[in-house]
Write a protein that binds this ligand. Structure first.
Ligand code: ADP
Ligand code: MG
Length: 433
C-alpha cells in the first residue's frame, strides 16, 4: 500500500509483516544509488532512514512519467529512445561492471523526469552477477559479434555453463551452423531475443547447467529490449550496447579480458586488423572511451616475461606493415611500370620479387589503408597520445627482433620497421635502430 504524504516523499507501508523487507529495500536503494547515480542522467531516490522501519519505507518523491507513456514523455520534449539508451547503458554497468543489478526494470519501475533523467524505482528485486561471469559475458558477446566460434565454445567454461571435463569441440560446428547459415544478418542487426533463442537451440543439446542468475539477467535485458521495441520496432539492443563491450575489451586490465583481446586480435598467429578497426570504431562510441587506455592491457603483456609469443607476432606484423607502406606506396605507380621492368624495379628492393602477384599488391594496399584508418581513429580521439604505443617500438628494436625480420636479404627488415615506427610515434630520434 502506498501512502502519498506530500509531493516530496513517498511512503510505502505494510502492516502485518514480520520480515524486514522495507529495510532491505532501503539498503538496496542506497547501494544502487551509490554505484550508479554518479552519471548525471540517472536518478535514484534517497531513503529517509529516520522515517523508515521494517514496516515503512520513506523515499524521495520522483516527479516523472512512466517509461511506457510515450506520448506524455514526448509532450515534455523528451525522446523515449534516449531514455531507453540511458537504461541500457546503466544496465550494462550494473550487470557487467559492479555486478549488482535491478532485476525488475519494467516501465512501472522506470520514470522519465522532466529534466530528461531516468529514475529507477522499486529495489525489491535485486541480484548479483559473479565477477568471473561478468568478464566471461563480455568476452562471449565480443566473440559472438566476431563470429569466433572456437572462442565462443571455450567461453562456456568461464560462463560456468559446463564443467571443464566436457569437450566443447562439437559445439563449434553447431554454433557456426546457426550463426553462419541460419542467419543472414550481421549479429548486431539481430534482436537480443533471436540471439538468445538461437544460442538456446544450439546449447540445449549439450550438458549445460546455466546458473540461476542468468535467468534474471536475461529477464532484465528482455524487458529493456521490449521497451525499446515499443518505442522503435527497429531498435537493436546489441548494436546499442556493443560500444560498451568493445570499450571494455580494449581497455579493461582484467587478465581474462586482456587474454581474450590478444586471442581475438592474433587469431591463428595472424594479426586481424579488421577486428581491431571494428573494436575501435565501436569502442569510440562509448561515452567513457579513452584512447589513452585502449590496448594498454595487451601492450603491457608485450614487455612482460610471458610475452615472448606475442612479441614475435608483433615483430612480424610490424615488418609486414612497414612493407605495406613502402611497397604500397611504390605500387600505386606500379601498374604504369612496363612488365619487363617490374622484376627489375622490385629486385632493386629485394633479391626476391616482393610483389609476386596482383593479389599480393592489392592486399598490401589494403593493409596500408587499413592501418592508416586505424591510426586516424586513434589520433582523432581526444586523449590519444602516440607514446602509448612505444612498447611496440621497444620490441621491434630488440636485437632478437632482427632474426624475425621476415624478408631479410636485401629486403625490408625489422630495422626499417623500427625506423618507420620511430617516425610515426614521434619518438626521440636518438633511439637507435
Ligand atoms: N519515489 C517514488 N516517486 C514517485 N512515484 C513512485 C516512487 N516509488 C514508487 N512510485 C510509484 O508507485 C508504484 C509502485 O511502487 P513500487 O516501489 O514499484 O512498488 P511495487 O513493489 O508494488 O511494484 C511505482 O510504479 C511508481 O509509479
Ligand atoms: Mg514496482
Amino acid at each position: 500500500m502506498l501512502l502519498h504524504l506530500s509531493m516530496s516523499l513517498l511512503v510505502e507501508s505494510f502492516k502485518s509483516s514480520t520480515t524486514c523487507r522495507f529495510l532491505q529495500e532501503g539498503k538496496n536503494a542506497k547501494r544502487f544509488k551509490k554505484l550508479y547515480a554518479d552519471k548525471e542522467d540517472i536518478l535514484v531516490p534517497d531513503v529517509f532512514w529516520d522515517y523508515t522501519s521494517a514496516k515503512v519505507l520513506t523515499i524521495d518523491w520522483v516527479d516523472g512519467v512512466k517509461l511506457n507513456e510515450q506520448e506524455a514523455i514526448e509532450r515534455q520534449g523528451l525522446n523515449v529512445l534516449d531514455l531507453v539508451n540511458t537504461g541500457i547503458q546503466c544496465s550494462l554497468r550494473q550487470l557487467l561492471e559492479y555486478g549488482y543489478f535491478h532485476a525488475d526494470p519494467h516501465p512501472g519501475n522506470l520514470l522519465a523526469t522532466p529534466e530528461g533523467k531516468l529514475a529507477f524505482l522499486d529495489f525489491g528485486m535485486m541480484s548479483e552477477t559473479p565477477e568471473e561471469a561478468r568478464y566471461a559475458i563480455i568476452g562471449h558477446v565480443v566473440h559472438l559479434v566476431n563470429r569466433d566460434y572456437e572462442a565462443m565454445a571455450q567461453d562456456y567454461y568461464a560462463l560456468d555453463f559446463l564443467s571443464r571435463d566436457v569437450d566443447v569441440s562439437p559445439i563449434v560446428p553447431a554454433l557456426r551452423n546457426f550463426f553462419d547459415d541460419a542467419l543472414d544478418y550481421t549479429v548486431s542487426e539481430l534482436n537480443f531475443k533471436t540471439i538468445v533463442d538461437g544460442l538456446g537451440n544450439v546449447l540445449y543439446q549439450y550438458p549445460f547447467n546455466v546458473p540461476a542468475y542468468y535467468a534474471l539477467i536475461l529477464r532484465s535485458l528482455t524487458v529493456l529490449e521490449g521497451l525499446a521495441l515499443y518505442a522503435d520496432p527497429n531498435f537493436k539492443v546489441l548494436a546499442a550496447s556493443y560500444p560498451y563491450f568493445a570499450k571494455r575489451l580494449l581497455t579493461d586490465p582484467n587478465p581474462y579480458l586482456r587474454d581474450a583481446l590478444i586471442e581475438l586480435l592474433f587469431k591463428d598467429g595472424k594479426f586481424r586488423w579488421n577486428r581491431l578497426e571494428n573494436l575501435l570504431v565501436q569502442g569510440r562510441k562509448d561515452r567513457d572511451f579513452s584512447a589513452k587506455e585502449a590496448l594498454q592491457p595487451a601492450l603491457k603483456v608485450l614487455l612482460s616475461p610471458d610475452g615472448e609469443v606475442l612479441r614475435n607476432l608483433v615483430i612480424k606484423e610490424a615488418v609486414r606493415v612497414s612493407e605495406a607502406f613502402t611497397l604500397g606506396t611504390i605500387s600505386d605507380t606500379y601498374q604504369y611500370v612496363p612488365v619487363f621492368l617490374r622484376t627489375l624495379v622490385l629486385n632493386g628492393i629485394a633479391k626476391e620479387p616482393l610483389l609476386t602477384s596482383e593479389t599480393e599488391r592489392q592486399s598490401m594496399i589494403e593493409l596500408r589503408d587499413q592501418v592508416i584508418r586505424i591510426w586516424r581513429l586513434l589520433q582523432s580521439s581526444n586523449d590519444f597520445d602516440p607514446s602509448i604505443l612505444l612498447p611496440i617500438l621497444q620490441v621491434v628494436q630488440q636485437p632478437e627482433a632482427r632474426k624475425l625480420g621476415g624478408r631479410v636479404v636485401g629486403g625490408i627488415t625489422q630495422r626499417l620497421a623500427a625506423r618507420f615506427l620511430l617516425q610515426v610515434l614521434g619518438a626521440p630520434t636518438t633511439a637507435s635502430t
